[in-house]
Design a protein around this ligand. Structure first.
Ligand SMILES: Nc1ncnc2c1ncn2[C@@H]1O[C@H](COP(=O)(O)OP(=O)(O)OP(=O)(O)O)[C@@H](O)[C@H]1O
Length: 330
């Protein structure tokens, strides 16, 4: 049984064009130009109970807008959605008690109070019983290793510690469905890993259904076996994460630092140059022949430093989409 279902869900934002300058602003008071942005177009998919699905797409693809509709923060322009049998934007109390959304860029904790006091408030809001609250809090605090920070004013916590407290606040009422919008954004590698490990353990224990957006491929790889990809508001892929990886992994970025400036022409003569500055160059190369490419570049240029990296997720998706390489993946 799916717990999340979207049926041709769409959202168009309408807004008025704003032009710079006093004269234009005055003109706009009388004659405003109305614009429309189709942020999400006819998106349909469903997620089964206990699944952890990566929701991916380039910047501005419509991910946050979709998650906001699924959490009831936004009304769609058309289409339907059901989460745990509820229509999210009706915002029924019973829905809110079984659901949670975590946005890495927003916080729900009170900054001037210790997190423990925000948790006590959530206990009241979600009507969590004493025993359940204690058990839930103990489990989350232990899994995330934040026992010592519970009574520290939130504004004094590190970014990673604050995010862990945000997660506790979002999970205290043991929601069955969790939407995670960039939960590890801006965190250092250690905190990112800790949060990934937390979700793995948490999901094993509670079989929560999770829809996760992240710009870090590692988050998605570690937690999800299925990916849903949108681009320009439209669903472009729904399937195995492995096949997305195979496609994205086909190219690598070879980054070199040079001892002295090298002419653009010489760089271009070596291969596909992604970008270059005075003493740096980035080549996009075939992943299967990284060694051959490395040798060629090292032989030809005065290289002082050298790294091989994956193509950033959102860029890779955008490239594949533009090249029409999704056709056989759908
Ligand atoms: N209130 C709004 N009014 C007008 N346009 C909007 C509004 N909210 C979002 N948009 C536009 O809708 C599109 C989708 O935005 P959304 O935030 O859903 O993208 P996203 O996939 O989450 O991107 P990112 O990865 O950068 O966070 C963008 O072009 C954005 O500028």
């Amino acid at each position: 049984m799916p717990v999340i279902t979207l049926n041709r869900l769409s959202k168009t934002f309408t807004y008025y064009k704003k032009e710079p300058g006093v004269r234009k602003s005055l003109q706009n008071l009388f004659r405003r130009e109305k614009l429309a942005k189709e942020a999400v177009k006819d998106v349909s998919f469903s997620v089964r109970e206990g699944e952890m699905v990566g929701f991916l797409g380039p910047n501005g693809a419509g991910k946050t807008t979709t998650l906001k509709m699924l959490s009831g923060i936004l009304h769609p322009s058309s289409g339907e959605a059901s989460v745990l049998g509820f229509t999210p934007w009706k915002r029924q109390k019973e829905f809110k008690r079984q659901f949670s959304i975590v946005m890495g860029q927003k916080n729900q904790l009170w900054w001037d109070l210790p997190a423990s006091e925000s948790f006590a408030l959530n206990k009241l809001i979600y009507e969590i019983g004493d025993h359940e609250f204690r058990a839930s809090l103990d489990e989350l605090v232990t899994l995330l290793g934040v026992e010592e920070q519970l009574h520290v004013q939130v504004r004094r916590l590190s970014l990673g510690e604050r995010m862990k407290m945000e997660l506790i606040a979002a999970l205290l009422h043991r929601p069955k469905v969790i939407l995670l919008d960039e939960p590890t954004i801006g965190l250092d590698m250690v905190s990112q890993r800790r949060i990934r490990e937390f979700f793995k353990a948490y999901n094993r224990q509670h079989r929560t259904t999770v829809l996760l957006t992240s710009h870090y491929m590692k988050d998605i790889e570690d937690l999800c076996s299925r990916a849903i990809i949108i681009s320009g508001g439209t669903l472009v892929y729904d399937g195995d994460l492995k096949s997305v990886n195979e496609r994205l992994g086909a190219r690598k970025l070879l980054k070199v630092r040079l001892a002295e400036p090298v002419a653009q022409k010489q760089l271009a003569g070596l291969g596909s140059v992604r970008s270059s500055s005075q003493v740096e160059a980035v080549f996009e190369v075939d992943a299967e022949d990284t060694l051959g490419w490395s040798k060629k570049v090292l032989d030809a240029l005065p290289v002082t430093d050298f790294t091989i990296e994956d193509v950033p997720l959102e860029e890779g998706i955008e490239n594949l989409y533009n090249e029409g390489r999704w056709a056989d993946a759908k």
